[in-house]
Ligand binder design. Sequence first.
Ligand code: SAH
Length: 366
Amino acid sequence: CLEPAVEARIDVTDLELANLESSLKTLNIETYRARQIYHWIHRRGATAFDGMTDLSRQLRNDLASRFKVSTPVITERQTSSDGTIKFALQLTDGHQIESVFIPETPRKTFCLSTQVGCAMQCTFCLTGKMGIIRNLSAGEIVGQVRVLTRELDLFEQPFNIVLMGMGEPLHNYDNTMQALRMLTCSYGQAVPLRRITLSTVGVLPALQRLASEPAMPNLAVSLHGTTEVQRNQLVPINRKYGLEELIATCQSFPLKRRSRITFEYVLIKNVNDSEDDARRLVKILSGMKAKVNVIPLNTASGIPFERPSKERINRFGKILARHQLTVSVRKSRGHDIRAACGQLMLENEKQRPLQQPKGRIKGLNN
Ligand code: SAH
């Protein structure tokens, strides 16, 4: 039989435009077709060649015999009282991930996963409890946007993307970078890079690599501690890539004019919420183009920490603001449906064996 087996078909959703063009070229198909196909899949949410009506039926059939259009399937949709929507998506191999849609922050935002589970094991994060199951492909990272824009009917509407769902983006470097190129491609969703934020614990070799990328998203660094000992306890990768080195890397990170690194700081009662912590944080970030996003801990059973009181959160934020740091206190979104930061964890996945080991304050009084 000359027909390629189903398994041999290339997943078209995982190809960058240039790769799709060269794949078509080897099949003697005009390369401008690649732009049409890319547009159908990434801009219009097509999940099969069948509906690509500006391609001949013959061509659609040819394409379907060579390529598959892998698309995650929504298996669950939960809406929070604050409008945040959490989706469980099933991948083609049966693994599940979660993606979150936040309606107005003030802009619509998609919070995407980059891995099934996470290897970083931050002690206050539920996703960390799953361990790492596998990396997402670039097509699966982008697939979350394809599926959700279609489900929510958001075609042609502007939105932000934050890589703050399950996983550590810099632990899946190549696929994450490919996904960013695909998301920003003008024939696809054409999301401007300034609307994309990559959040990382600071996997240093990868962060250094990111610094030399020609096109860079906004950077958010999960700091959470102000001493090596404290950060070792909260973010275990700190034992390998320590705070001092991380800060030095951030200090020399090439930033565009007027842009700043966001430092995320999960505030945990009696662990890292003292006035001394706040002062140390000020000192660490002094002289840097930085802003701080204080995230009061989202609690969950299995997380052995508590959220500080409102007063303590305010006091912490005020010390930072007094020292000319721009501070925002992140409002917890979707806590009631476990869609808030660090709360993404799928019960059924959890059971699987691991395969690898200037003084502005926004939202302070909410
Ligand atoms: N791995 C990346 C991105 C995913 S987590 C990173 O660590 O940056 C996105 C943010 O949510 C991180 O700042 C993370 O520390 C934070 N987070 C994790 N668990 C949390 C929790 N229980 N409460 C509040 N924020 C949490």
